[in-house]
Design a protein. Structure first.
Length: 602
């Protein structure tokens, strides 16, 4: 993984060259410093040109997100719900900056590549380099467009001395999408089907086709397409089906075991990847581990009840949850605990850690469990006269941290590392995987009336999750209409891509913030030890006898403060451009929903 920063090389070159200038006027001291890297000489050296491109790739490639706190997936500490989620918004607090640093570097590369002699870089290699750069330009522009709507399209290097020409107005959203697709089409035509092992991880044809399908899916979705123009959905369907078909021809597909996606490197589900490695490029996983089993950070991405109940059972049926019965009916409570812990689909166990089951770390002695569970104590100041404490010294001899929700994310966790080495994780981040491309295709299929294709995709996804087909052969899927299929896709994407940085984008493009708002608070479920019961380190919640020692208790507000409540504004779907950006460039205009004249739907 070549991560050379060309800017630093050029700056160093300038400084070294400048150091010789005073001597240039003295006799016999005027010479060419051949050891310095001259900016112009970069384009006479294939390795340096490749390093320039690698720098763009390395700076733009997404890494591991730890942001389940941003939706209804999870939470971090109490009170960590953002102001945006609570409906507290303004241009000052919500405004986003427009940065063209990456675009400028890409345009510079694309401008210089045609001038490079074929004796330095072959025409085929130049074509492949341009294809990668075009992909990243499309990637950057789509990030901007999905945030703001249309933005200034700058496709050539700008002259920094021509100040007035630097400030340009926003292009229409439709114009930006057209340019993004044009760049991706050129990239697709220029990139190899797959790279060799030495270049694994670079953008190839399949990744570009998958991303094109995603762009068109977004453009067809209600965020950009509130009238439901079927022609846009047809384009999304065509692009995603082409991507799926091509990827299959290259040996790509769903990996048979869901949890192995993040353990088996370079598997067939990987389409676009950030390869982490120790010591050169590690991922510090400290923040997603529970407090006693980590260092320096802890307890992020704690799953909340909305996600915990979203995973279906092994037979494909949804989890049943009745708050009133949970509190009043012991038999219902016991059955809920059983359904929760046993016979869920495979994705649940690969993503969610439940206290009293084996936690994936060598820090615990063999055979012991990590008990992120609770006990009840009397407390007159708390609601109902009781409060809950994590199992503590009187129970097991040590304080056991249960976080806030009592559950932890384990997807992609490196289970070979002890807590003092948790910063050395080398789990690859899969930015695009085959399941996403497949579900993008299926969602578009539903919108163009191809319901059987849409249903088959859900069947395939659920079959891989270990859900049984049942007598109907539908894997628990009950959707029969187009509208019901939309809801089915929404539910399936929630669990399939949990903690993979997809949920917020999906809810935005569907314009379905109501899904979060109707939750109100971030709810939880506590597994509380019954009075007089005790557990041992070796007890396992999967054992029915151990489960009988517990009762499930619904927690209405995990934040413990009524001001932390989902209240997303349903009239603001695009972000505002920050005021400093607007002040710096007169041609820039603000989005209409933030008081400006620009319509992001044009």
């Amino acid at each position: 993984m070549m991560r050379i920063t060309i800017k630093n090389i050029l700056v160093t070159s300038f400084c070294l060259t400048a150091m010789t200038l005073p001597q240039a006027c003295e006799p016999n001291l005027d010479y060419a410093n051949t050891s310095a890297i001259n900016p112009d000489n970069v384009w006479n050296d294939e390795k340096l040109i490749s390093a320039f491109l690698s720098d763009i790739h390395g700076n733009m490639l997404p890494g591991w997100p730890v942001n389940g706190d941003a939706t209804d997936e999870g939470m971090n500490a109490p009170g960590s719900m953002s102001s945006y989620l609570r409906g507290i918004i303004s241009v000052a607090s919500t405004g986003q900056n427009l940065s063209y640093t990456n675009i400028d570097k890409i345009n510079f590369l694309l401008d210089r590549l045609p001038t490079v002699s074929s004796t330095v870089v072959s025409e085929e290699k130049k074509k492949q380099m341009a294809g990668q750069a075009l992909f990243w330009r499309a990637w950057d522009y789509f990030g901007k467009v999905s945030t703001f709507g249309g933005v200034p399209l700058i496709l050539k290097p700008q002259d920094p001395l021509n100040r007035e020409a630097l400030f340009v107005p926003r292009n229409k959203t439709s114009e930006c999408i057209t340019q993004i697709i044009a760049d991706l089409d050129l990239a697709i035509a220029s990139l190899p089907d797959q790279w060799d092992n030495a270049n694994y991880g670079r953008i190839d044809k399949g990744a570009a086709m998958a991303f094109k399908g995603k762009v068109l899916l977004w453009y067809a979705s209600p965020l950009f397409n509130p009238t439901g123009d079927v022609a846009r959905w047809q384009k999304a369907y065509d692009a995603n089906k082409a991507a799926v078909d091509f990827l299959k021809s290259q040996g790509k597909g769903l990996l048979s075991t869901y949890g192995q996606i993040w353990k088996q490197e370079r598997n067939k589900e990987v389409i676009m990847v950030n390869q982490f490695s120790y010591p050169d490029h590690p991922f510090n996983q400290a923040g997603i581990r529970p407090q006693p089993l980590t260092k320096d950070a802890a307890n992020n991405n704690q799953p909340v009840l909305s996600l915990l109940n979203a995973y279906p059972k092994k037979d494909g049926s949804p989890m049943q949850f009745d708050v009133a019965k949970l509190a009043s009916d012991p038999a219902y409570n016991e059955q809920y605990l059983t359904d929760f812990v046993t016979n869920r689909d495979d994705r649940f166990y690969a993503t969610i850690f439940t206290g009293g089951t084996p936690y994936p770390t060598p820090d615990l002695p063999a055979g012991t469990k990590y008990w992120s569970a609770w006990r009840k104590i009397a407390d007159a100041a708390s609601p109902g006269g009781v409060k809950y404490l994590s199992l503590a010294a009187d129970q097991m001899g040590v304080t056991i941290g249960a976080g806030v929700s009592g559950f932890f994310a384990i997807k992609g966790l490196d289970n070979t590392l002890i807590k003092t080495l948790i910063g050395n994780a080398a789990t690859d981040w899969v930015e695009i995987r085959f399941a996403e491309v497949l579900m993008n295709y299926g969602e578009a299929a539903n919108e163009v009336g191809k319901s059987e294709e849409a249903l088959q995709v859900l069947k395939d996804i659920r079959a891989r999750a270990g859900i049984i087909p049942g007598t109907s052969g539908k894997y628990g899927i009950t959707a029969a209409t187009q509208a019901e299929m939309r809801e089915a896709y929404m539910a399936e994407r929630f669990v399939e891509f949990a903690f993979e940085n997809k949920r917020w984008g999906d809810l935005r493009r569907w314009k379905r913030f109501d899904v979060i708002n109707k939750l109100g608070f971030r709810h939880g479920i506590y597994f509380v030890l019954k009075d007089g019961q005790k557990i041992d380190w070796t007890d396992d919640l999967s054992d029915p006898a151990v489960r009988k020692k517990f009762t499930a208790v619904y927690i209405d507000n995990l934040d413990g403060d009524p001001q932390f409540k989902f209240n997303l504004d349903l009239n603001h779907w695009f972000y505002p451009i920050s005021q400093p950006n607007l002040d710096a460039s007169a041609p820039l205009k603000q989005n209409a929903e933030w008081g400006g004249p620009f319509n992001p739907l044009d």
